[in-house]
Design a protein around this ligand. Structure first.
Ligand SMILES: [Zn+2]
Length: 266
């Protein structure tokens, strides 16, 4: 299989045209004609992930987060990003990114997150595209049974990969919850959407004190703030299985290395 064959499958699932205008998705390095036998999936394009790719002899790394988002005038090995791209090119490992186009896909990042924390049945976008009600940011779904916020938080913590900082909960722990909104990655822009949707709890990442406090005080849904990396990690297996099921004969592996920014909470 060539890199082009693999990219065709990924772009059918995650059309680059659906990425945000500020985003940088697609092929970062690599030759479209190069042979691909092993594909490593990871959230972050960072040194430990590159080391894992070299050790496993991957030909391609597919990451959720872009390596470069802003104008770049040097890839010299004088910065972490320069060292990373140099390592990949020297070892013939391609790098491909599916970021906001994977967030809004169906199934996308938040579908995998919803399933990981125990939502069952149909999932609908929290912020659907005007022209497509089945695609968009975040997902709303139902828990299989009524439970308290505390029980759901424990279930979410169990369903997500462990990180140093764990998850944080805002709201009355005894509050009953059934209808849940989730959004992988930083979801504070969707707070008002979650309130308008009338969900019992909104699970996302990177929430800040003031917006969270005001949200809960105003009678909005309870909030669960998980580690950014952990909310996006479940998508990696979904993306890998799309590639495996496509008929493209490559070996896939999901990196279990925790690359969340927060190493430990005390
Ligand atoms: Zn993210």
């Amino acid at each position: 299989m060539t890199l082009t064959d693999v990219i065709e499958v990924l772009e059918a699932a995650y059309p680059p045209a659906r990425a945000e205008s500020w985003d940088a998705v697609g092929l970062v390095s690599g030759d479209p004609g190069q042979e691909v036998r092993r594909v490593l999936f990871a959230v972050d394009p960072v040194a430990v992930v590159a080391a894992e790719a070299l050790e496993w002899e991957a030909d391609l790394i597919v990451t959720h987060h872009p390596l470069y988002l802003r104008g770049t005038t040097s890839v010299a090995a004088t910065t972490p990003k320069g060292r990373l791209i140099r390592t990949l090119i020297k070892n013939d490992v391609a790098l491909y990114t599916a970021h906001t186009n994977a967030d809004v896909a169906n199934p996308g990042v938040s579908d995998a997150l919803a399933r990981a924390v125990g939502l069952a049945g149909d999932l609908v976008p929290l912020q659907p595209f005007p022209d497509d009600p089945w695609r968009g940011l975040g997902r709303i779904g139902e828990l299989p049974g009524r439970m308290t916020l505390e029980e759901f938080a424990e279930r979410a913590a169990e369903g997500l990969p462990r990180t140093g900082a764990g998850i944080r909960v805002a709201g009355d722990l005894s509050r009953p919850v059934t209808r849940v909104a989730v959004s992988g990655g930083a979801g504070d822009s969707l707070l008002e959407r979650a309130k308008a949707a009338g969900v019992d709890v909104f699970l996302t990442a990177d929430l800040r004190h003031h917006p969270a406090s005001e949200f809960v005080e105003s009678g909005g849904p309870a909030l669960i703030d998980a580690a950014h990396w952990a909310t996006e990690w479940p998508w990696l297996d979904s993306a890998a299985s799309i590639l495996r099921d496509s008929g493209v004969t490559v070996e896939t592996r999901v990196s279990a290395t925790v690359t969340d920014a927060w190493t430990r909470g005390y």
